[in-house]
Write a new protein. Structure first.
Length: 325
């Protein structure tokens, strides 16, 4: 009973950590959308040199973002300590060590970039990287929660080897999504979001003038279209392959969910344009892309092969299986 209670605590902390990291990202998007980046002045981690923020909207929003980052970091420390003390064998698995290390490293980098944004001039490329790092933090927290709570089940499913084209496509889509997200974040921080006042056309043209902000927005939209076509192609391939669909339903579910989220991301992008950057549209756009990147990270993890000897053998999964290529 005591062991089960500890396991429940680990699961609760892991999922709380993932939710907290997602909240931090959305609060960061709120800071950007409301122009509250200097709500605490040029001091960090204090707010105007004080522990508590001034009673202004900008100060409260910026301080809430910093406070959420601190709380999520403390939850992560508690989680890792509990895992290390009670389930040392978990860290023997290479994927757990890599994901936990990536989570800690990117969380530290995220905080450093946030401090830089306050203490130094704001460069759009750096601010775009900050958003990209925040996505990696959330995806790492999501993967860690899945590994800690459903690790054995995930590894057993990965015993069914995927065609190489599916594995490469899964990882390529993850990298491609990061690039598209970076372009989108750069558009936002360069104040170019409304360089095209219509959607899906740009200034009423299929191919607008590519100079200046209009060119950046067009590049972002074109990249998003290519990403949508690539993900659609993968999902169609998964659904048409009967053997793969039966052997790896987890891959099919993740790919389909990712495609639905990508379509929703395009819809919220159109909402941003038509609403002339309303706060609701901006937060919806950030929330959907956060979920999309998280699901694609899970898809890429599911596409990884299992190393020999890492899965507990059972009658149901005696040897790795491979679906047709």
């Amino acid at each position: 009973m005591r062991r089960e209670r500890r396991a429940r605590w680990i699961g609760w902390l892991a999922w709380t950590n993932a939710l907290a990291m997602g909240l931090v990202l959305l609060l960061g998007a709120t800071v950007t959308a409301t122009g509250s980046g200097f709500g605490c002045g040029e001091s960090w981690p204090l707010c105007h040199g004080r522990l508590l923020p001034p009673l202004t909207l900008e100060g409260i929003i910026e301080y809430s973002h910093r406070l959420a980052t601190l709380v999520s970091g403390l939850v992560l420390v508690a989680l890792l300590l509990l895992v290390a003390l009670e389930r040392r064998s978990v860290f023997a698995r290479w994927e757990t060590r890599i994901v936990a290390g990536l989570l800690v490293g990117t969380l530290v980098l995220q905080s450093a970039l946030g401090a830089w944004a306050v203490l130094a001039p704001r460069y759009p490329p750096v601010m775009a990287v900050h958003f990209g790092v925040s996505l990696t933090v959330f995806a790492s927290a999501l993967l860690l929660a899945l590994i800690l709570t459903r690790g054995e089940s995930l590894r057993e499913r990965r015993c069914v080897a995927l065609p190489g084209s599916v594995s490469w496509a899964s990882w390529g889509l993850l990298v491609g999504t990061y690039a598209v997200v970076y372009l989108g974040a750069y558009v936002r921080h360069a104040n170019a979001s409304l360089a095209c006042l219509d959607w899906p056309l740009c200034q009423g043209k299929l191919v607008p003038d590519l100079a200046g902000p209009t060119g950046i927005v067009f590049l972002h939209r074109s990249s998003a279209l290519l990403l949508t076509l690539a993900l659609t192609s993968l999902v169609v391939r998964l659904w048409r392959d009967d053997a793969l669909r039966r052997a790896r339903p987890d891959i099919v579910r993740s790919g389909t969910l990712a495609l639905l989220l990508l379509l929703a991301q395009s819809a919220t992008g159109a909402w941003v344009v038509f609403s002339r950057m309303s706060l609701g549209s901006i937060l919806a756009h950030a929330a959907v892309v956060t979920l999309l990147f998280g699901v694609l990270s899970v898809l890429a993890y599911q596409a990884l092969p299992v190393r020999a000897g890492t899965v507990r053998r059972s009658a149901a999964v005696a040897e790795p299986v491979q679906v047709s290529r």
